[in-house]
Design a protein around this ligand. Structure first.
Ligand code: GTP
Ligand code: SPV
Ligand code: MN
Length: 601
């Protein structure tokens, strides 16, 4: 391969962490020859580089400076109004056969897709700078840690990747010079931010991602959903581990008894909030710590499941975040934070629906228009986000850098369900727990484009993120269970059940500690429960509800199972399994039969 034609930029020594691995260099040169950028910027992730890129972004209106007294080192980015969430309908898994992608993924043929994307990328970076971002997913000394390179023509992507991943020299070093080393190649170009030319394509067999036409979050921070989940899940099956859409938290009793739990909730269904939970006053001395808020990579060691958080920062939902709902997040995002699509108050502060205090009398909304409390439109987009380093979370777990990960005592599945699904219940065993995950459903949210509030099956919260055939994924979960001599217990939770008046029955947020406590008690063998057709259910006295202002009727209602609703639920499980065709593991079909039979007892 010849040297790339484009100049190195900037010339003053910033941004020159050049990869040393020839395979990476060859690939970068190939993409440069295709996209024809004016400059190549080899990102090193240094402070100096970051300051330079922020200054450039301010000049070019990619960022708006927030009031530095109120939110030091923090900036606002407004994405194109047509580009504010993940686009599941334009997300593709490009395996050689359609069967490998399976019934839940959009599939397109790899060769044709490469050709189509190459045509779109041809000359796409003319007159622009091409950034090469080396990044590492996972702590430096973990066997699960992966290396990726993202090529992008977006400064906003570089600034975000620096927060979300371990970026720069550290990744280049870890990869080394072995031409056969495993690393992910990610190419991103904004093109013209046209929804008709927006494609997020994954080539699992090639460990390759190509994303074009978007500048938003999960579409373009290729480390996150694309590598850590879609490509990650594909590699995980091959390499016998798990890549999951899960938070990881630690919970420690006043006596120092500590457990870790991992929880899969769909997008915008409470992972970040649960991971940063502050126990209510009644639980004085209890401590909840965060390992991760979105993604867990898990491996089997000595018959136990161990989890790492591959990320380095949080890309979290802003609306609803307040000192009341999530004080840890509020502290973390009070400085050194990139805000995307929130409102800009006249005093230069960021504002969003659900923030503490009164709304400003006037603000500029996420689209850049005037806004007042009388406006019909929201000031912040419902999927507006913060990007903030995990280091700034006051509740960060001390073992977040531990290479072997943290041992998982419980796995929790949960969706956003107005009805049917009780506050919490426990599976009878691992295969039954896998069934709970496989049949999870949730009301859709603003995290993806499309209708909001529609109940859909979202197995293990991975519907949009599983990089291969979902039937094989379920089988992989069942197989992993066989290797666990000391498996985590598996639970299902629902913070979002509503009463007849349409209000949430459960206060949620910090009060979820009460549910977490029961889960821990079950792990320790001390929690009480009743056997029900759907699993082990706490009765009201099994939950610690002291000092909780809640109606006894509400508690009974939220812990109850309605047989008519569950007949509909069972039918929905069948319908979902049927829609997957022949890929369903026999064992899960049997689980459904057994569940139906238990309702007949
Ligand atoms: P992604 O980053 O999209 O994967 O989302 P997430 O699962 O981390 O969701 P997050 O914690 O950001 O919560 C999303 C929304 O759910 C916010 O609007 C929260 O206010 C709301 N939410 C979170 N926890 C609770 C809860 O316990 N009860 C209720 N009622 N709402 C909650
Ligand atoms: C999600 O949608 O689950 C997210 C946000 O965590 S994004 O990175 O945009 O996918
Ligand atoms: Mn997520």
């Amino acid at each position: 391969m010849k040297n790339p034609a484009p100049a190195i930029f900037p010339p003053n020594g910033i941004g020159d962490a050049r990869p040393t691995n020839q395979a990476v260099l060859d690939w970068v040169h190939e993409i440069a020859a295709l996209t024809e950028p004016e400059n190549i910027f080899w990102c090193d992730g240094s402070d100096r580089e970051n300051e330079f890129l922020i200054a450039e972004s301010l000049k070019q209106n990619v960022l708006i400076k927030l009031n530095q007294k109120k939110v030091p080192h923090s900036y606002l980015h407004r994405s194109d109004p047509n580009d504010v969430a993940r686009v599941e309908q334009f997300t593709f898994v490009c395996t050689p056969t359609k069967e490998e992608a399976g019934p839940t993924n959009n599939w397109s043929e790899p060769k044709e897709t490469y050709a189509k994307l190459r045509a779109l990328l041809k000359g796409a970076m003319r007159g622009r700078t091409m950034f090469v971002i080396p990044y590492m997913m996972g702590p430096p000394d973990s066997p699960l840690t992966k290396i990726g390179f993202e090529i992008t023509d977006s400064k906003y992507v570089v600034l975000n990747m620096r927060i979300m991943t371990r970026m720069g020299e550290i990744a280049v070093k870890r990869l080394g010079n072995d031409p056969n080393a495993e690393w992910n190649r990610g190419t991103h170009s904004l093109l013209d931010i046209n929804p008709e030319r927006r494609f997020i394509c994954h080539f699992p067999q090639d460990n390759t991602i190509i994303s074009v036409g978007s500048g938003y979050g999960g579409n373009v921070l290729l480390s996150k959903k694309c590598l850590a989940l879609r490509i990650g899940s594909y590699l995980a099956r091959k390499q016998a581990w798990l890549a999951e859409h899960m938070l990881i938290l630690g919970v420690e009793s006043p006596e120092g008894n500590k457990h870790y739990v991992a929880a899969a909730f769909p997008s915008a269904c409470g992972k970040t909030n649960f991971a940063m939970l502050i126990p209510p006053k009644h639980f004085e001395g209890w401590k909840v710590t965060t390992v991760g808020d979105d993604i867990a990579w898990m491996q089997v060691r000595d018959g136990r499941l161990y989890a790492i958080n591959p990320e380095n920062g949080y890309f979290g939902v802003v609306p609803g975040t307040s000192y009341k709902s999530n004080p840890n997040a509020m502290q973390a995002i009070s400085h050194d934070t990139l805000y995307t699509n929130v409102a800009l108050a006249d005093d230069g502060d960021a504002w969003w629906e659900g923030k503490d205090g009164d709304p400003p009398q006037h603000a500029i909304d996420w689209r850049g228009n005037d806004w007042t409390p009388a406006s019909k439109e929201k000031a912040a987009h419902p999927n507006s986000r913060f990007t903030t380093p995990m280091r700034d979370n006051p509740a960060l777990d001390p073992d977040v850098e531990k290479g072997e990960g943290v041992p998982i005592s419980a796995i929790i599945f949960g969706g956003r369900r107005s009805d049917t699904v009780p506050l919490v219940y426990e599976s009878f065993n691992w295969p039954h727990g896998v069934y709970l995950g496989a049949t999870m459903a949730s009301e859709t949210t603003a995290a993806a484009t499309g209708a909001v509030g529609r109940v859909r099956r979202d197995p293990m919260a991975m519907l949009p993120f599983c990089g291969y055939n979902i039937g094989d994924y379920f089988q992989h979960w069942l197989d992993m269970g066989k290797r666990l001599t000391n498996p985590p217990l598996i639970f299902n939770v629902n913070w979002f059940r509503k009463g007849v008046n349409g209000q949430f029955l459960w206060p949620g947020f910090g009060e979820n500690m009460r549910v977490l406590k029961w889960i821990i008690d079950r792990c320790d063998g001390t929690g009480g429960a009743l056997k029900s057709p759907i699993g082990w259910l706490p009765s009201p006295h099994d939950l610690d509800l002291v000092e909780l202002d809640i109606d006894h009727k509400c508690v009974a209602e939220i812990l109850g199972i309605d047989h008519e609703e569950w007949q509909r639920e069972l039918a929905a499980h069948k319908e979902f399994f049927d829609s997957l065709g022949g890929v369903m593991p026999e064992q899960l079909l049997e689980q459904r039969e057994q569940l139906a039979a238990r309702f007949m007892e």
